[in-house]
Design a protein around this ligand. Sequence first.
Ligand code: PLP
Length: 393
Amino acid sequence: MTTKLPIYMDHNATTPVAPEVLAAMTPYFLTEFGNAASRNHAFGWAAESAVEKARGQVAALLGCKPIEVVFTSGATESDNLAIKGVAYAYRDRGRHLITTQIEHPAVLDSCKHLEKDGFEVTYLPADRRGIVNPDDVAQALTSKTILVSAMLANNEIGTIQPLAEIGRICKAKGVLFHSDAVQGVGKIPARVDELGVDLLSLTAHKFYGPKGVGALYVRMGNPRVRLIPQMDGGGHEKGRRSGTLNVPGIVGLGAACELAAGTMDAEATRLTALRDQLWAALSLRLTHIHLNGDRYQRLPGTLHVSFEFVNGEALLLSLKDIAVSAGSACSTGSTHPSHVLRALGVGEDLAHSSIRFSLGRGTTTEEVTYVVNRLVEEVTRLRSMASHAAAAH
Ligand code: PLP
């Protein structure tokens, strides 16, 4: 069987919309196009009932109440709303926040914004395996801490963070706990009570839903989380997020949640096997390569590898038939070494020679074999060019 090219191994950047998700969305572009806030006619009622169905589907995946789900334009907005919204609502109680050095820019830059506005933020390190130590959270808490924010799974290296332990520590101290769970939702269990989170950000396009739609889970009881909205307007989403609802997108998000709930376990087993096949074959056939992030405590489909003595950009350029990432696509066009790898203590040269492989629904064992063969070919070629160049000097 010939492998169809190019091969897509960048599912942490985004995923295709699943056919069943698109089918669920289509009527809401065409015939059921009403505004969910139009309360006095059938078009509005149909849109509203579709939005409420989707709210239930998101809540079912997260194990929360539908009313605790706020629809947004994606995780960047959810992270901003969670962090700034809590900070400004609780600023009289304290002005200290805790997060980690390996967060997505949507979290880090929301924190930087708050620092400019008189808040203090502690950025906790991750260990060499890319995992944050819950004891560090316990030690960093002060009487002024109002929020801890830690991601469920890292977008670059794929490591899964010990959220349940961090959640217990926060709960014991009465401090709110937010998680950017974007890379975990739909791939691994992310139930809000098991994780112990009070706020959780997710986005549809990372798990076969459309781009430009996401949600923020906001706990409504024990404790009831207060938020200052970050968008002023018509008071949609019970005043938590104004703006006409993206009905087709929200329907797609709901359908993606339902699809994930039904396929997650089998897909996680399948992707873990493919990921392990990829690493086993690469490490058998190439020397001087390093796996970044813990070997096991990682997302089923994510592998992040550094190739010593290879220029990462040259390698990516030579792999035109394979879509992988040099770091994360989220920091648009940046050529700086990843802040995540730096936080892990990976040297600059090695950080520049790293590739993230993120596997997904469409990935096959034939594709993995093809990718391994191409990498062995190109890494060997680039290394021999480099050693010839060194010999010529
Ligand atoms: N948080 C993480 C961990 C991500 O990987 C991404 C990816 O883009 C985001 C937040 C931003 O999500 P969105 O594209 O929905 O704004």
